[in-house]
Design a protein around this ligand. Structure first.
Ligand code: NAD
Ligand code: MG
Length: 385
């Protein structure tokens, strides 16, 4: 019997990779629902190809246009409510969350509430509300499976070792396109340069996050919630070729690592087929071609976003949501050429300094902190230009 899959963020980089995985495993999976933000032409194409029962666009106007253009088989919904309804649709056993940013928080909570298995690529909701997400998943018995390549690696290192004592998690980072750029030259880097990631092909926001190392900071917090390990025991190392996707060091000093091609189809497929493994249409890694494997400590002075993320995690409460929201605004401003690359951490730091964190936040506290941080980041940006 085929498993029903809903893909939230189907038009994005992870979403399209997930569809490619499902194309190659057509006998095992069928598509139940597809959602996107506003790309109606692409979503229409996907509806015609996959005939899902449900589709949604977050943009209401585009959803109306799509509804009138679409065949009757697919129910087309609109707005955040529409995306949430598709996330909760009962016909899907697995919901792959590949929305970018905080916008994925409420849809993923809706899918968890229904007890679905969640393949989670969208890391920002875990950063904002990791306690609420993991607590809810535990209460309803929903499984969270990581799709982020580092977290998929850690998850695979822990398979069969769950009960063993973890000494630390070692997250690998490529270092992004500017790791060897001088601090002076960093002042003038362009969005185009930031989007040219050396080892992975990804959406715009995560590519900029990789260039500032904020992506690794968000991943430290993501790993903390997914694996229940204190952030002090999560170390980041620069590994320029990204062949080792991450490692776990156990109490006895033994280190287990997962290696593979830098292709998101691998972790996406593992989350969909888990606990099974199946053939994957990704070229095999020839281990003799990847020598030497190099690892270096990160340059925190040059890339302050990583230190800001550790700080937000240590403060806890609503602070990680504030870090995330200020970062989303700053990255967008950088992509719109209204902010220099090096001002991204400056804005985030200012917003964090002005925040009075709420401990043990409820969802309402988190959404309020997110909204406050976005306004505060915009204000900070306006007052310094
Ligand atoms: P992307 O920008 O390519 O795609 C984002 C998707 O989300 C699109 O389908 C878009 O329509 C949808 N979306 C955007 N705003 C929305 C909104 N307000 N409401 C509903 N849908 C909305 O992003 P991506 O690179 O595919 O990344 C998706 C998520 O996966 C991110 O959280 C990212 O950090 C994470 N991730 C991505 C990769 C990668 O290789 N791209 C790797 C690991 C983790
Ligand atoms: Mg990653």
């Amino acid at each position: 019997m085929k498993k029903g899959v809903t893909i939230l963020g189907a038009t994005g980089s992870v979403g399209r990779n997930a569809l490619a995985v499902i194309d190659s495993l057509r006998d095992h999976f069928s598509i139940v629902g597809l959602t996107a933000c506003r790309n109606a032409p692409l979503l229409r194409e996907l509806i015609e190809r996959y005939h899902p029962r449900y589709a949604a666009l977050a943009d209401e106007e585009q959803a109306d246009a799509l509804r009138s253009a679409c065949p009757g088989h697919t129910r087309v919904l609109g707005g955040l409510e529409g995306v949430i309804s598709v996330a909760a649709a009962s016909e899907a056993q697995i919901v792959l969350s590949a929305i970018v940013g905080a916008a994925g928080l409420q849809p993923v909570l809706a899918a968890i509430k229904k007890g679905r298995t969640i393949a989670l690529a969208n890391k920002e909701p875990l950063v904002m509300a990791g306690g609420i997400i993991t607590g809810l998943a535990q209460n309803v018995g929903a499984t969270l499976l990581p799709v982020d390549s580092e977290h998929s690696a850690i998850f695979q290192c822990l398979c069969g070792n769950r009960e063993q004592k973890i000494h630390k998690i070692v997250l690998t980072a490529s270092g992004g396109p500017f790791y060897n750029t001088s601090t002076e030259a960093l002042a003038n880097v362009t969005p185009e340069q930031a989007l040219a990631h050396p080892t992975w092909s990804m959406g715009a926001k995560i590519s900029v996050d990789s260039a500032t190392l904020m992506n690794k900071g968000l991943e430290v917090i993501e790993a903390h919630w997914l694996f229940g390990v204190d952030v002090e025991s999560i170390e980041v190392v620069i590994h320029p070729t990204s062949v080792v996707h991450s490692m776990v060091e156990f109490l006895d000093g033994s280190i287990i690592a997962q290696l593979g091609r830098n292709d998101m189809k691998l972790p996406i497929q593992f989350a969909l087929t888990y606990p099974d493994r199946m053939e994957c249409p990704v070229e095999r890694l020839d281990i003799t071609e990847v020598s030497p494997l190099e690892f270096f400590p990160p340059k925190l002075d040059k890339f302050p976003c990583l230190a800001l993320a550790y700080e937000a995690a240590k403060v806890g409460g609503t602070m990680p949501a504030v870090l995330n929201a200020a970062n989303e605004v700053a990255v967008d401003e950088f992509l719109q050429r209204r902010l220099h690359f090096q001002e991204i951490p400056t804005i985030i730091e200012r917003v964090m300094r002005d925040h009075q964190p709420v401990a043990d936040p409820r969802l309402g506290d988190i959404l309020a902190a997110d909204e406050w941080a976005r306004e505060s980041a915009m204000e900070s940006q306006r007052s310094h230009t």
